[in-house]
Structures are given as C-alpha cells and as structure tokens.
Design a protein around this ligand. Structure first.
Ligand code: F6R
Length: 615
C-alpha cells in the first residue's frame, strides 16, 4: 500500500511528483502530499486528505507551481494503516526540528514502544502515524552520525516490520536516502535526474534506466548518481532492470477507466504470457534463474500460495496440475501458510502467485518455503519485484502494468502461465506424451482468439447489470474449475460494487447456503462444459425451484437451457481446464457494469489498495 516517488537532480520539478503520484493512485488515495526543497525557501510541504479526490486536489493546488524547479522533493499517496485518513496523518512527516522529512510505505510494528521512548526523550508528535516515529528516530541518531545515511541505518535497526521509506534532510538538500525491507522500492535515472519510487509506472516516462534495490539495503541518491549499501554499510551493486513497459500501457488511452481497458487487454496479455513459452523439447521457458529440470523431476508435491484473485488463479492450477501430473497439489492462502506447520521439504515445489510480486503475506510465505528447503517459483507480473528476486525461478505474466485495483488481465494471464507450468511438469514427470503436451499448449495459444469472441458480450452484460441493479444478494456457483471462477466473480462484485456476494461450489449448496435462496436473490451459475456439466445442471434445478433470478454462463450451443425470464451469457467452448480463462471475463464485466450502474468508480474501490504490503 502507499505510493512513493522522490526526485533529485537538474530535472527535478514539482510536476514530476504530482504526475508520479497520480500514476500511483492505485496504491491508495486516503491522502496525498509532497515536500520540496529549494534554495530560497527550504522545505515547502503540501498535503491533502479528501479521500478519492486527494490526488486531484493536490494536482490542482500545485498547478501554478508545477513547473517550478526544485533541488529535490518527495511525494506520497496514502492507504491509511496507523492513524485515520486525516490531514495531520498525511505524509510527508517531519521531525521536531523540521529539518528531516520522510515518506513511508509499510508498518513499523514496534512503533508504540519507540514512540513512548521518544516521548520520554522530549520528542513532540503531530500525527498518529508510525511513520512520524521514523523521522524522530533519525533526528535522535543524526548528531552522533557523520551522515544522514548512517543515521537512517541506525534508526532502521531499531524498527521491526516490513517497510520502505525515503528521507530528505535540509542539511544536505539534494540527497535522498531510501531504505527497503520487504516492501517495494526502486531507483531510476535519466541523465543527472535521479528518482526513487515504489513502482515503475510512477516514473515510466521520466527515466530511461531502472535499478532494483535489495531487501535490507539503503540507497543514497543525489545528482551525481546512486549508491546502495547493505546493513553493514558495505557498498552493493545496483542491478539494472529491463522492463519493457510503455507509458501507454500505464494510461487510460481513451477508455473511461483502467478496469475496462484492462478487461479489453486480456487477449493480448494472455498471448504475450503464453506464446513462446515451450521450447522444442516441450520444456518451459522461464524468465529468470532457470529451474534445473533434473531438480524439478524430483519433486513429488506442489504447494501454491497466493492471496485474493491470485489465489483463485492458483486454485484453477491445482485442478490442472493434479490432472496432468498426478502429483498432489496443496493450495494455501499466504497469510495462513506461514503461521501453521506446512508439510514442505526439498521435494516440494512452492509456487507463489502474485501480480505485484510484493504482497507481504505471499512474500513472507515464500521466505518460509525457502527456510523449509522447498524449491520455489514465483509467478508474478512485476519485473524485478521482491518475489521475483527471492524465488529460485520466475515465470512472468507478461500482462503489462495493471493499474485498476481490481485485477482482471493479470488473473487470466496467471492462469495461462500456470497452465504452461502444469504442462511442463506433466512432461518431465512423464505423465503426458510429448505430442499431448504440444497439442494442449497449441490449444492454449489459441485462447486469445476465443477471448476476442468473449469480449463481444460487453453490451449484453451491461444490459444484464442494469436489469439487476436493484438486487441486493448475489450467489455465484460452479463446480470443478467453475468453482474458482464463481469465487472470483463474487470477489470482483464485492470489491467494486460493495454488494453482498458469495461464491460456492454448486454441490455444496444443499449443505446450507440454499437456505438463503428466495425471489430476491440472484444466482449466477458457471455452467460451461466440464466433466460435471450434467451435475451442475441438476444443481440448477435445485436452485430454480427456489425462484431466485437465475443467470447461466454457458457455452454457445447450450443457450436452450434457460426458461422464462432467466438470462444466458454465451461463451465459446474450450478445453475444460482452460475454460476459467474464458468464463471469468463476463463476470469481470458484470462486476464492472454493476459498479457503474450503481454510480461507483471501479478504479477506486473504497478501503482497497492494489498492492498489500502490510500483514
Ligand atoms: C482483487 C485483487 C486482490 C489481489 C491480492 C493479491 O481484484 O486484486 O485480491 O489479487 O491482493 O495481490 P497480488 O496478486 O499482487 O499478490
């Protein structure tokens, strides 16, 4: 959560900060603020805390100053954790002397005890945030240190929790010091203008070189360049990143919002993710740290860890991997995995699935898996993200930047990537013949064309949503791989329409949830042709008898299965294990159109931030 951008050097301007923050809006928008330093005035701070309009207001307030040249500046968009979304809690925060300014992402877990101690030492606080504690800690250390870096290093040793932050000091106004611990941070440059940011989109059109920062590392950035140091103070290399993301991909490009744009990008993002992924020997082409095929051949279990929408992609993968490889697959919500005693050893492949590659719960699960000796693979979208760096191997979803808080294109790309992984494992485990792998893989590569077909239901799903906009309760049901699709349909609707929605395995309805069905309920059935088609149609009869509003999502030739005023959403028929990629798309559209018909902005769901870097 929280977006950070900082700039120093000859090109530093106010507008770089405000534009960068707008591009980080998906990280949170409870409040926003910047602090700049210039030769005449020292620090100048602007903060706004008006929820969804914060960034817009900050931009308006600073319009006249936007081209002002500054020595350096830092900016922040906030998703509140410690302290409400008020103006006095908005970043940047200052120390008592108002010579040290800080923006921060993450949580200082022991901030209460640190704050108490600092209070005893005479520090006065002007916010309820954990962030302000960092400014005062650095202030305490500074007189005993030869540089701001040394003070930041000493302060960081006193704090627990995952965090990244950037500090500026009036003593050395062109120098930015950053610290990264299990929260995203990168460095970038163009000429002698240097940046620190939480995410690439913030500086995509400003910089031409991008560098990754390692965990527990500090960066010192000034107009002469950037240097990284580890916790012992030894200088470390800054490794250059090669992200082929374009600014166009991070802009709305004529769409009303990012969510609709990203829904329509799914054919391309799936194509980019799966095409070219198997080599001539049907081996998976990974992106980084090539996994040793001999090692993978020895694994006897797969464990998938993920959160939210990524978890639902992992759930689809469980069906495919078990079916094709005959290996057991366990699946866990990341935040549960690390606090129980998962049975994992060196013959287990732990797959972390994450759009951002930064979700703290999944990152911690990956750490835990490594500690337990497992082989690890990250399936993520952000190049050079923490998970990509930590895992033994990486399989990137090549979906480009996803800006909408509600994931769409990266979800279908994740399923595509995991299908290729499943096929690769099936081949090295000898469970599928090479030709079977090739045939299935070619079918997967054809799926983008089927997505183009599915995108045609946009208007009819819009009409359905407007017909149902006064309904209050939604149940999504499915069986087999239709079950994760149902879960994802319900999650999308909850996230952006705030409507009570549940996803269930259709066979489970009769064990309780069917009691909820009445004429006010809407039931959306994922009933495309899997092995369980007939069984789910029996479940449809059970549902129909309770007279809810029934919507069936089925294959084009099955349109005749509805009666009376029921609705049918027709999608093309594909291989049953690939069907979730197709079937989820109308449900994404449904959530989108419901949000719009209820007057909500799908890109800015309340209470949510795109990348959850807190526990
Ligand atoms: C839902 C959504 C979230 C994320 C979850 C994990 O639309 O986007 O549920 O899927 O927070 O995020 P990543 O995939 O970045 O680990």
């Amino acid at each position: 959560m929280c977006g950070i951008i900082a700039v120093t050097g000859s090109g530093a301007k106010v507008e770089i900060l405000t534009t960068g923050l707008k591009r980080l809006e998906y990280r949170g928008y409870d409040s926003a603020g910047i602090i700049t330093v210039d030769a005449a005035h020292g620090f100048t701070r602007y903060r706004v805390a008006n929820g969804k309009t914060s960034l817009h207001e900050l931009e308006q307030e600073l319009e006249a100053a936007s081209s002002n040249e500054i020595l350096a500046g830092i900016g922040h968009t906030r998703w509140a954790t410690h302290g409400g979304p008020t103006l006095f809690n908005a970043h940047p925060h200052l120390d008592c002397t108002e010579k040290i300014a800080i923006v921060h992402n993450g949580i200082v877990e022991n901030f209460r005890e640190l704050k108490e101690q600092l209070g005893h030492n005479g520090h006065l606080f002007s916010s309820e945030t954990d962030t302000e504690v960092i400014a005062h800690l650095i202030e305490e250390q500074r007189p005993f240190c030869s540089s701001l870096l040394e003070a930041v290093q000493k302060a960081s040793r006193l704090m627990r929790g995952a965090m990244s932050f950037v500090v500026m000091s009036l003593d050395d106004p062109t120098t930015l010091v950053g610290f990264k611990r299990m929260a995203p941070m990168m460095v970038a440059s163009k000429g002698d203008t240097w940046f620190i940011a939480s995410d690439i989109p913030a500086i995509l059109d400003r910089a031409d070189r991008f560098f990754q920062v390692e965990d527990e590392n500090f960066v010192v950035v000034d107009p002469l360049g950037a240097k990284a140091f580890d916790e012992n103070g030894s200088e470390r290399d800054l490794v250059e990143l090669h992200a082929n993301w374009t600014l166009d991909a991070a802009e709305r490009s004529g769409y009303d919002d990012f969510m609709s744009k990203e829904i329509f990008e799914q054919a391309a993002s799936l194509r980019d993710t799966v095409v070219g992924r198997l080599d001539a020997s049907q081996n998976l082409v990974l992106d980084e740290h090539l996994a040793d095929t001999d090692l993978l051949a020895r694994i006897n279990k797969v464990f998938i860890v993920a959160c939210g929408t990524s978890y639902h992609a992992g759930m689809v993968a469980k069906y495919a991997i078990e079916h094709w490889t005959k290996m057991p697959v366990e699946l866990d919500i990341s935040s549960e995995f690390r606090y129980r005693d998962p049975v994992v050893d060196e013959r287990t492949l732990v797959v972390a699935v994450s759009q951002s590659g930064e979700t703290l719960d999944t990152l911690a699960a990956l750490h835990e898996a490594k500690n337990l000796g497992a082989q690890t693979l990250a399936v993520c979208n952000v190049v050079g993200s923490s998970m990509a760096r930590l895992a033994d191997s990486v399989l990137y979803t090549r979906a480009g930047p996803e800006v909408s808080v509600a994931s769409t294109k990266t979800h279908t790309a994740q399923i595509g990537a995991l299908m290729v992984l499943a096929l690769h494992l099936a081949r090295i485990k000898g469970q599928l013949y090479p030709q079977e792998v090739i045939d299935l893989y070619l079918e997967l590569c054809e799926l983008p064309n089927k997505i183009e077909e599915v995108l045609q239901v946009w208007d009819s799903v819009a009409a359905l949503a407007s017909r149902l906009s006064d309904k209050q309760r939604f149940y999504f049901i499915g069986r087999h791989v239709g079950y994760p699709v149902a879960l994802e349909g319900a999650l999308k609707l909850k996230e952006i329409s705030y409507l009570p929605a549940e996803g269930y395995p259709a066979g489970e309805l009769k064990h309780g949830p069917i009691a909820m069905l009445d004429e006010q309920a809407v039931v959306i059935v994922v009933a495309t042709r899997t092995r369980l088609y007939e069984k789910i149609m029996s479940n449809v009869e059970e549902v129909r008898a309770r007279k809810p509003f029934l919507v069936i999502l089925g294959n084009q030739q099955d349109e005749g299965c509805i009666t009376g005023s029921e609705e049918f959403i027709a999608v093309p028929r594909v291989h049953p294990l690939f069907a979730p990629i197709i079937d989820v798309i109308p449900l994404q559209m449904f959530a989108y159109h419901m949000a719009k018909s209820l007057g909500y902005d799908p890109d800015r769901p309340r209470n949510l931030a795109k990348t959850v870097t807190v526990e």
